[in-house]
Design a binder for this molecule. Structure first.
Ligand code: UDX
Length: 466
């Protein structure tokens, strides 16, 4: 099929390379010149495992262009995958989606039929609004036009985006007409039937079952996306709330998560206690859902609480660090009225909001670093790939970035593990502890067992553990 994709962010680019791999004829539009320059050179503008390899394979078949007019008239299916950043009041801003729809409608051929698909995460009712925008442009052009609008929310996880696109759990389509559903069924047929040869870097998971394609109305499809993300966000916040209680009563949250996760009604995923969620989706989507609720005069206390618990985790970890530093100071009989973190050197392991991405949007590390600097600490930080983005985001905040994890600990007063990069699972703990002034390890992702870290000489503090 001839496809035009508007927007080459995480969703747009992933969709473009996957559809091109499935032999669709893909054109991708973006207004960002620097992104387009990279794409014209065959370079991926995002850091995503497997992306560059797959892009190398399909790059020559994809047309990257800044011009909607160049590719939309000939396309059969147009996917909108532009950003919906939060407005000041938290609601998702659909301006770019509507603008994309307007530009598409301006160049549609009067005698052709198109399916216009909204993949961006949008507030409930946006598909209806998009259909209106298209109609308005058509009437201004004095033509009838023939465009079916559909919602097709995207559930990709950063770091696993290609995996999720080739082997999804489900495909959700929200449309009020059969022809849009048919067009999307043809688009996704190779995925629905798994008839394609898997890319060598992305083998089909052994236990993978054919994904269902669920069709529903557009409002429900839009709501499914928000409800899915909010549910996952509150599952994590729930285990983090339990973690806090585990600390008070002497239980271990990793054991509790294992025990409850074995119940098939609960399931083991998204029960890792730690510093909670960040990234481009959960913080934004929970706020947007609360915005939608407020507008309709409805309260959502569970969603509110999930957010409160999540952001409290970032404060609690600094409190734990303060307490640990106080304990060590009292052992050394240092008495002071200043913050226990004043003048202390703290090493931060991990800046990205989660491993396998350079994305630092809403990353816990940034909030933690800001708090530490406010308390008068000297901060050193390491991340395998997110340091340039973090440097940019933190601006003037004084912080020393280091390429060498072991330099972080040299003469340091404490280490805080914030992102569970694979690299941090294999640290030489004994070596780290030995070169520190006080060997405190605050493990914000429960990567190490308390026994292992203590045996290596650390004063170990995890999340929700004895
Ligand atoms: C999420 C959804 O998973 C995806 O379907 C949607 O399209 C976009 O939002 P993403 O933000 O990429 O994807 O990351 P995800 O893997 O879901 O993790 C989000 C955050 O939750 C990360 O900060 C992660 O560290 C945290 N997390 C995850 C936990 O703290 N504990 C867990 O058990 C799982």
């Amino acid at each position: 099929m001839k496809i035009a994709i508007i927007g080459t962010g995480y969703v747009g680019l992933t969709t473009a390379v996957v559809l091109a791999y499935l032999n669709h004829d893909v054109a991708a539009v973006d207004k960002d010149e620097s992104k387009l320059n990279l794409l014209h050179e065959g370079k991926s503008p995002i850091h995503e495992p497997g992306m560059q390899t797959l892009l190398d394979e399909v790059w020559h078949t994809i047309r990257f262009t800044p011009s909607v007019a160049e590719v939309v008239p000939e396309a059969e299916l147009i996917l909108i995958a532009v950003g919906t950043p939060p407005k000041k009041n938290g609601e998702a801003d659909t301006r770019h989606v509507e603008q994309a729809a307007r530009e598409v409608a301006q160049v549609c051929h009067p005698n052709r039929h198109y399916t216009l698909v909204v993949k961006s995460t949008v507030p409930i009712g946006t598909n209806r609004r998009v259909a209106e925008v298209v109609e308005n442009v058509f009437s201004a052009r004095g033509m009838q036009g023939n465009v079916s609008v559909a919602s097709n929310p995207e559930f990709l996880q950063e770091g696993l985006a290609l995996q999720g696109a080739f082997y999804p759990d489900r495909i959700v389509i929200g449309a009020n007409c059969d022809d849009a559903v048919d067009a999307l069924r043809r688009l996704y047929q190779p995925i629905l039937e798994q008839t394609f040869d898997s890319p060598s870097s992305l083998p089909r998971p052994a236990a993978y079952h054919l994904p269902p394609m669920m069709t529903t109305d557009a409002n429900s499809a839009e709501m499914i996306k928000y409800a899915a993300n909010t549910f996952l966000a509150l599952k994590i916040s729930f285990i983090n709330e339990i973690a806090g209680l585990c600390e008070n009563v002497g239980a271990d949250v990793t054991e509790v998560a294992r025990g409850i996760g074995l119940d098939s009604r609960i399931g083991p995923q998204f029960l890792r206690a730690g510093l909670g969620w960040g990234g481009s989706c959960y913080p934004k989507d929970t706020t947007a859902l609360l915005g939608v609720a407020a507008q309709s005069g409805y309260e959502m206390p569970i969603t509110e609480a999930a957010r409160t618990v999540n952001f409290r985790q970032r404060e609690r970890i600094v409190e734990k660090l303060m307490l640990a530093c106080e304990v060590h100071a009292s052992k050394e009989r240092v008495s002071t009225t200043a913050s226990p973190l004043q003048g202390k050197t703290i090493g931060i392991l991990g800046l990205a909001f989660k491993p396998n991405t350079d994305d630092i949007r809403e990353a816990p590390a940034l909030d933690i670093i800001r708090q530490l600097v406010e308390e008068g600490a000297h901060v050193r930080a390491h991340d395998p790939i997110a340091m340039p983005n973090a440097r940019h985001a933190l601006g003037e905040i004084p912080i020393h970035f280091t390429e060498d994890v072991y330099q972080l600990s040299y003469n340091a007063d404490a280490l805080v593990l914030v992102t569970e990069w694979e690299l941090y699972h294999r640290l030489a703990l004994r070596k780290l502890a030995k070169q520190m002034k006080t060997p405190i390890l605050i493990d914000g992702r429960n990567v190490y067992s308390p026994q292992e870290a203590s045996a290596a000489g650390f004063h170990y503090i995890g999340i929700g553990r004895k």
